[in-house]
Design a protein around this ligand. Structure first.
Ligand code: XMP
Length: 494
């Protein structure tokens, strides 16, 4: 019944996730017996197969912290200066709690202009430099400021000196217990070795995080800190950036290119392995066996797969190169598996079914952009459009992102004429990844159960041994597989 993957993907068609469907198999274990732990690279293990994409509207510190807290990993983008990217890595690595706090800082001689300064924070921190980089001198709360008659009074005159703080290494449970024991509404979390204020932890965070599904095991590096990845290009000057990233503690680097099978990337992989033998390097992007073989031979510790499959990508239209993502993942995984090189299925993930398909077709992890964009942890502020809360999401090959510096990914760096390979858009507010990723993982486990696979390895074995069968869905079958034949209604009309 149905086709083996080997037969289905060797007919000369390029299939994407929606084109194919697995035939259900046999269930002899409960959903919770499904184990989604996996490998990001040859040497890095993850508890969940989720990676956030190195895009400037997806992964900065808050996303990296949340992904690591969930047992996945975030890859910090490099559409910034090397020291800025390094600061984002350091900031993520010095935290242990997935907060989205944005503490406000003042220097002692500053005053507080208006109540708006307390809009997103119950207090203002006072440091010598007026930013997080120097020791905490005092704290000003909203009520302290409200009781002032002369609002121009410098903060040093009415701040609470020697404020209580807690170590930034505290886990959520430790920090929550600390607040409760000291009967505080908030506490600054301070990095022990340099006194830098890393976060503001409040009773509101305690309630918020308690409301989410319980966190599993986090992704911790050998240093005991959250694991964080970083993207880097393959130009000569990227070697200097790489040094910043390594010094900041990046656990893995992604060589970011839309067509990774190039002399530049091969030389960069060799350079990374030669210069930083302990650092794992992810090569890509690739979609063919030939491309994959070259990068594996060069020493890549994992391969990132996908060309033009991303929701904001126009590469296939602009350059006429790429591949349907299901075919690309299957083909590259088949060859990478022989060398023990994990595959990251990058782009095109729009629902949990796509994650199941990517993983069963051979990937070890999925990398997501739009699926995570619009979340509380994604960079940028929310905006409103037609009554909808939205956040910007843009391709790194869009003119807007390239103007900020990401053009090297699309090999446009030496050209005076920039051609966009991506677009700028927006996605709806999705809430916190701490909530929707655990739900998505539960859905993925149910998908694995339907296929009789209790782990990624068992899914890959069932596919390779032709036990798992697939079919191509016609256009009508795809319509049937989605919600159909309903009229939209609001509760009001009943
Ligand atoms: P999703 O579908 O998750 O895709 O939003 C994210 C992936 O898309 C790639 N990417 C791009 N591809 N033009 C492209 O052709 C772009 O401007 C662009 N920006 C990101 C990237 O691989 C990312 O992980």
């Amino acid at each position: 019944d149905g086709f083996s993957a080997d037969r289905l993907f060797n007919q000369g068609y390029s299939y994407t996730y929606d084109d194919v469907i697995f035939l259900p198999h046999y269930i002899d274990f409960p959903t919770d017996a499904v184990n989604l732990s996996t490998k990001l690279t040859k040497n890095i293990d993850l508890y969940i197969p989720c990676v956030s994409s190195p895009m400037d509207t997806v992964t900065e510190s808050s996303m990296a912290v949340a992904m690591a807290a969930l047992g996945g990993i975030g890859i910090i983008h490099y559409n910034n200066l090397p020291f800025e990217q390094a600061a984002l890595i350091r900031s993520a690595k010095s935290r242990r709690i997935p907060l989205i706090s944005d503490p406000i800082f003042k220097s002692p001689s500053d005053s507080i202009d208006s109540i708006d300064e307390f809009a997103s924070s119950p207090c203002v921190f006072v440091t010598e430099s007026g930013n997080s980089k120097s020791k905490l001198l005092g704290v000003v709360s909203k009520s302290d400021w409200e009781s002032l008659t002369d609002k121009e009074t410098p903060v040093s005159d009415f701040m609470l000196g020697s404020p209580v703080s807690a170590p930034s290494k505290y886990s959520f449970e430790q920090a929550a217990a600390f607040l409760a024991a000291k009967k505080l509404d908030y506490v600054p979390l301070v990095r022990e070795h340099d006194g830098e204020v890393v976060d503001l932890f409040t009773t509101h965070d305690v309630q918020r995080i308690h409301g989410y599904p319980k966190l599993g095991l986090p992704s911790l590096g050998p240093d005991g800190e959250f694991m964080v990845g970083a993207a880097v290009g393959t130009r000569e000057q990227d070697k200097e950036r790489l040094e910043h990233l390594v010094k900041a503690g990046a656990n893995v680097v992604v060589l970011d290119s839309s067509q990774g099978n190039s002399i530049y990337q091969i030389e960069m992989i060799k350079y990374v392995k030669r210069t930083y033998p302990e650092l794992d390097v992810i090569g890509g992007n690739v979609v063919t066996v030939y491309q994959a073989q070259n990068l594996i031979q060069a020493g890549a510790d994992a391969l990132r797969v996908g060309m033009g499959s991303g929701s904001i990508c126009t590469t296939q239209e602009v350059c006429a190169a790429g591949r349907g993502q299901a075919t690309a993942v299957y083909k590259v995984s088949s060859i990478a598996e022989q060398s023990g090189v994990p595959v990251i299925a990058d782009g095109g993930i729009a629902n949990s079914g796509h994650i199941v398909k990517a993983l069963v077709l051979g990937a070890s992890t999925v990398m997501m952009g739009s699926f995570l964009a619009g979340s509380n942890e994604a960079p940028g502020a929310y905006d409103y459009q037609d009554g909808c809360r939205i956040k910007k999401y843009r391709g790194m090959g869009s003119l807007e992102a390239m103007t900020k510096g990401s053009d090297a990914r699309y090999l446009g760096d030496t050209s005076k004429l920039k051609v966009a390979q991506g677009v700028v858009g927006a996605v709806a507010d999705k809430g916190s990844v701490l909530k929707f990723i655990p739900y998505s993982m539960q859905a993925v486990k149910q998908g694995f159960q339907d296929l009789g696979a209790s782990s990624l390895q068992s899914a890959h074995d069932l596919l390779r041994t032709k036990v798992l069968r697939l079919e191509v869905r016609t256009g009508a079958a795809q319509v049937e597989g989605g919600v159909h034949n309903l009229v939209s209604y609001t509760k009001k009309s009943f």
